[in-house]
Write a protein that binds this ligand. Structure first.
Ligand code: ADP
Length: 469
């Protein structure tokens, strides 16, 4: 129950609020109490000084000491002013006192107010008392025992239960106010926490819907710039990529099935045909073998892509003379080019690099085969190998049919054929060659790009970073 983030936040928040209110409460109460004692002590001290002054000037019999501080009328016969702690009767205090005199080493009681302060134990001798006397608290009575002139010891006490009661009232009011504050803070805290954590609910709901198959769902973003909004943005981007990758995977599977169905249908059709002569039978078998061979090549390409997708194609690199490698590829396609009277020109810088030679040759062969396939008879293909400071560039340029601008962005997609009409399944034009070539370039931390113009020709560039080598 308390494992959710919101309840944990609320508990910590409530705990902090209780701690703060408790601290403030204790501080307020102690401060008030010490202030009250300070005032009472001050009154006692003044009274003690006044009695001492009276003892200096008068005989005890003459003295009539007022027992209410602040009530001037009760001591008309008293010489000197009684202590006033204000005209407010609630502020005035009843002062009780006892006076002892030290005689022959004994403390004799000599005077006391009608209601004398309670004293237990031996009375201290004047010489044992400090100048300021000693304060003590007896039940609800605050007392000051101090030394006065002529070997007198004066004990003054005042009851502060009224003030204590007022203080207790203050404490009760404060506890009540703190409970109200606490409830208020907890309510506001709960509201704030709920509000702050609402996006988490949206995030998990969206994630659940996506997991249930609704790939196009996204977390609604309310425009705030909180950490959770940023998290939602990042998650939405990840969902975009996830959707994209799943959709591509689905398309790939459906395209692959479609491509495989065509030759299978052809083979089945051959199987159902009834050749009338041995010649026809032989031709039919040949066609079946050709279709099966082309199917085998398609399956090889599919397997290669599957390996690339599962990151199973860890490149084994070795120092390779790229110029020799490109030259070898050119030699391999020469017969094909000659068949179409296409001239192949090459300008190759001497260049060595750490690459996987089989894979790089595969890319160059694919570019050369495409250039020859998509160039009319009598055309021209130029291959260049150029080393710059940071890159090695291999370009294959032709003056063939070119690619329409709107198709260029899709040219590296799997099974994409710019010109379906010319797609020739028997020559393994499945639209996978460029997709595989680009994966190989990326695996070498390079790029494969194209520039092309319809009916003018195309330039494919394989760019490999030099620092990689
Ligand atoms: P394919 O096996 O069909 O050639 P690729 O992936 O190698 O598959 O090429 C994809 C498509 O790109 C081709 O079907 C073709 O339409 C277009 N293409 C590739 N190279 C060229 C080129 N040099 N000139 C014109 N079109 C090209």
């Amino acid at each position: 129950m308390f494992r959710s983030i919101s309840s944990q936040l609320q508990i910590s928040y409530g705990f902090l609020v209780v701690l703060a209110l408790f601290g403030v409460g204790i501080f307020g109460y102690l401060h008030r109490k010490s202030e009250m004692l300070r005032q009472v002590d001050e009154a006692l001290q003044n009274r003690s000084k006044q009695i001492s002054a009276l003892l200096v000037r008068y005989d005890l019999d003459e003295l009539k000491i007022p027992d209410r501080v602040g009530n001037r009328d009760s001591s008309p016969s008293l010489p000197g002013q009684p202590i006033s702690s204000g005209d407010d009767p609630a502020q005035s205090q009843t002062i009780l006192y006892r006076i002892w005199k030290a005689e022959a080493g004994e403390m004799k009681p000599v005077f006391q107010s009608e209601l004398a302060p309670h004293w237990s134990g031996p009375v201290p001798h004047p010489r044992d008392l400090l100048t300021n006397g000693i304060f003590r608290t007896e039940q609800n009575q605050r007392q000051l025992v101090s030394r006065a002139v002529r070997n007198y010891v004066v004990l003054i006490g005042t009851d502060f239960s009224n003030r204590q009661a007022a203080l207790n009232q203050f404490l009760i009011r404060m506890i009540f106010a703190e409970i109200v504050f606490l409830a208020l803070f907890i309510l506001i805290g709960a509201w704030l926490t709920q509000r702050a954590l609402r996006p988490i609910g949206k995030i998990s709901n969206t994630a659940r819907t996506i997991a249930d198959g609704a790939l196009d769902q996204r977390i609604p973003i309310d425009g705030g710039s909180s950490e959770l909004s940023e998290l939602s943005l990042v998650l939405n981007e990840s969902f975009d990529r996830l959707e994209d990758s799943i959709l591509r995977q689905r398309k790939f599977t459906s395209d692959a099935s479609h491509e495989l169905r065509t030759p299978i249908t052809a083979i089945l059709a051959e199987g159902q045909s009834k050749p009338e002569s041995i010649e026809e039978f032989r031709d039919s078998l040949k066609r079946c073998a050709g279709t099966a061979r082309s199917m085998g090549q398609l399956v090889d390409q599919l397997l290669e892509l599957a390996r690339i997708d599962s990151n199973d194609n860890e490149l084994i690199r070795e120092p390779t003379d790229l110029d020799l490698l490109v030259n070898r590829a050119v030699q391999m396609v020469l017969p094909l080019a000659e068949e179409k009277s296409i001239q192949i020109e090459h300008h190759l810088d001497v260049s060595q690099a750490d690459v996987n030679p089989v894979r790089i040759q595969q890319v160059i062969l694919n570019l050369l085969n495409n250039a020859i396939s998509y160039t009319e008879t009598g055309g021209k293909v130029v291959v260049r190998l150029i080393e710059t400071e940071t890159t090695i560039e291999i370009t294959v340029e032709d003056n063939g049919i070119g690619i329409a601008q709107e198709k260029l962005p899709h040219i590296f997609e799997r099974f994409f054929r710019a010109d379906e009409a010319r797609a020739d399944h028997e020559n393994e034009h499945y639209g996978l060659g460029l997709a595989i070539s680009r994966e190989i370039a990326v695996a070498h931390r390079g790029t494969l790009t194209v520039e092309s113009e319809l009916d003018k020709g195309s330039v494919f560039t394989l760019r490999l970073p030099r620092e990689e080598f």
